[in-house]
Design a protein around this ligand. Sequence first.
Ligand SMILES: NC(=O)c1ccc[n+]([C@@H]2O[C@H](COP(=O)([O-])OP(=O)(O)OC[C@H]3O[C@@H](n4cnc5c(N)ncnc54)[C@H](O)[C@@H]3O)[C@@H](O)[C@H]2O)c1
Length: 347
Amino acid sequence: MVTVAVVGAGYWGPNLARNIALSDMTQLTWICDLDLDRAARVGRHFGEAKVTNDLSEILDDRSVDGVAIATPVATHAAIAQACLKAGKHVLIEKPLAASVEEGAALVELAESQGLNLMTDHTFCYTAVVGRIRDLVRSGDIGDLLYYDSVRVNLGLVQSDIDVFWDLAPHDLSILDFVLPETVRPVSVSARGADPLGVGLDCIGHLTIALSNGALAHAHLNWLSPTKIRTTIVGGSKRMLMWDDLRPAQRLSVFDAGVEIDDFDAISRHEALVSYRIGDMVAPSLPEGEALKNVVEEFAESIAERRIPLTDGAAGLRVLEVLAAADRSRASDGQAIALDQIYPAEAR
Ligand SMILES: NC(=O)c1ccc[n+]([C@@H]2O[C@H](COP(=O)([O-])OP(=O)(O)OC[C@H]3O[C@@H](n4cnc5c(N)ncnc54)[C@H](O)[C@@H]3O)[C@@H](O)[C@H]2O)c1
């Protein structure tokens, strides 16, 4: 049993607390929130957990193995740092921190302390993303040609972070998880808009050039009349369509592609281009709460003394793309090389 405390009992923290309390691999020991009443309200559901508004009580409790942090992004680094310094393993909500510098310092601290730092990239623990990863990484879809995602809905216009920092961590963490190991993002261009004048971008377009020449794109929008969660992954042999709002058929695998028969043709007109549209298969995928898998991976990786599937480094790679997107937005969508954000030799 890995003993875990939850810090932050707002919207997401109670979901973590519930999964930690229900898992056979973890025991929920504390719930901490600056708002003690809120911590107590959540704590009422989990009899054995103590409640506090003082993090130091958790840090001083030697029986606590790990801390799960679900507080606003701006507070992640300070809380995680205190936990790591106190010898606790850390599971931290996405995004890992509010800047690349903060994230890099956390990764370094966890390493030097010999502790696990795991980022909750929730979607990476769903069956559908696991299957997409297998199909892409095994070469089943052929060469990756593009990754195209739409993540739009009406609300929630957040007060502390814009639409890029709110929604893009999902797409960026999924992309990081499914890309073949030899393919990495190289540059980022982004445009955002704040048509309501709320002081934060509510609409965002994020384009990422990948090292194999493919392009990834995410469309993020808080002002869409309907919720859309669709991702298309194009391969040279097969193409995948993931609609997360269609539980009966989340994933469709199309045996479709474009074939060019004569690459040596002098002109494009002479090349023999054919389009292949074969069968579509909808794999059956188990349903289940991804957060349960997140909590179990946290516990297992601690027990087995191994790096978790979505570690601090994965969280840091997401921050690098977000930082590049910030810089690109500030310079009218100019492409920003990721090496300018965090040099490869520092990774
Ligand atoms: N993985 C996901 O799918 C997912 C979904 C939603 C939110 N999140 C992440 O979870 C985190 C929290 O988001 P939320 O929507 O629950 O926010 P929230 O504002 O609803 O809750 C945050 C809670 O943290 C408490 N808090 C703030 N500072 C604190 C501190 N220093 N010590 C203790 N408690 C403190 C607040 O009082 C509040 O109760 C964010 O990082 C967010 O990105 C992840």
